[in-house]
Design a binder for this molecule. Structure first.
Ligand SMILES: NC(=O)c1ccc[n+]([C@@H]2O[C@H](COP(=O)([O-])OP(=O)(O)OC[C@H]3O[C@@H](n4cnc5c(N)ncnc54)[C@H](O)[C@@H]3O)[C@@H](O)[C@H]2O)c1
Length: 264
């Protein structure tokens, strides 16, 4: 993609934890494409992420943000407005669920953990959208989130995170409805499995990797987030100016197959 694709765009990227993070790959690619990038990290990981960003030679400043907290979004909005002015988009790359909500008997998971998973992984898109609205007073901004598969089927694992991703998809569509008149677009990228810290926290994640090995028509690399990052950058760009409420599958074509193409 063109090095100029995101020239003159200022983007907020949430969800950097490690150099494997989809958010980290996106930030790096967005800078290559000409964007000014500002990052957020979960507060207790702030110094680690600043170190990571500095070591990688990224120009982005890093701010703390817990996206489950409306007050933190309000405070960050004020900070970013006075430091930078307006923004042209934001990436929501945040999810969390306790282990018992990701695997094991579905009906036995602790409801308190499920509520936290929903607040972190689905409602937080709406929380971040408030920041985008406030920092894009002239409209024209792009909010992008990250889904998994998005066909709504049940997986061998994933459990309540699957429910949260379904809720994230619905949240994105309602946000697209409400923010479209202001020219703000809301889309999701449904990525295939990538070996990030969040993915390693999913028990039996190998079952998902095995599914891609037998069913994705295109070769899928679980250690290369670049195709996902490129597609996020496309959705940030003006090339995607008429796209909202969409789920863009960047999964090697897995979602379009009805059955495995080769034996396990
Ligand atoms: N890795 C995959 O296979 C895959 C596939 C499809 C979609 N996704 C989605 O991509 C997104 C990014 O995940 P990743 O795979 O890059 O893993 P990751 O572990 O690198 O990123 C997850 C991020 O969520 C952050 N986070 C958790 N709770 C938070 C909170 N309350 N406030 C702010 N930040 C919080 C973590 O600090 C971390 O930076 C998630 O939404 C994930 O569900 C991942």
């Amino acid at each position: 993609m063109s090095a100029e694709l995101l020239a003159n765009k200022r983007l907020l990227v949430t969800g950097v934890a490690t150099e494997d993070s989809i958010a980290f790959a996106t930030a790096r690619q967005a800078e290559v494409m000409g964007a000014e990038v500002v990052l957020t990290a979960f507060p207790r990981e702030l110094e680690t992420v600043r170190q990571l960003v500095g070591d990688a030679g990224l120009r982005a400043e890093v701010y703390p943000l817990d996206l489950t907290q409306a007050g933190e979004v309000d405070a960050l909005t004020d900070t970013l407005r006075s430091r930078f002015g307006s923004f042209d988009g934001a990436l929501h790359a945040v999810a969390f669920a306790p282990r018992d909500a990701l695997d094991g008997p579905f009906m036995e998971a602790d409801p308190a953990g499920i509520e936290l998973a929903f607040r972190t992984s689905a409602w937080s898109l709406s929380n971040l959208a408030r920041l985008v609205v406030a920092l894009a007073p002239d409209g024209g901004a792009s909010l992008v989130g990250l889904d998994f598969d998005a066909n709504g089927g049940a997986w061998p694992v994933y459990n309540w995170m699957g429910v949260c991703k379904a809720a994230l998809g619905s949240t994105a569509r309602y946000l697209a409805r409400d923010l479209g008149p202001a020219g703000i677009r809301v889309n999701l990228v449904a990525a295939g499995p990538l070996l990030t810290r969040a993915a390693r926290g999913i028990p039996r994640f190998d079952a998902l990797l095995d599914a891609w090995a037998t069913t994705s028509p295109l070769h899928w690399s679980d250690s290369d987030p670049a195709p996902v990052a490129d597609s996020i950058c496309f959705l940030f760009s003006d090339l995607a100016r008429a796209i909202t409420g969409e789920v863009l599958h960047v999964d090697g074509g897995y979602h379009a197959m009805a059955a495995p193409l080769q034996p396990a």
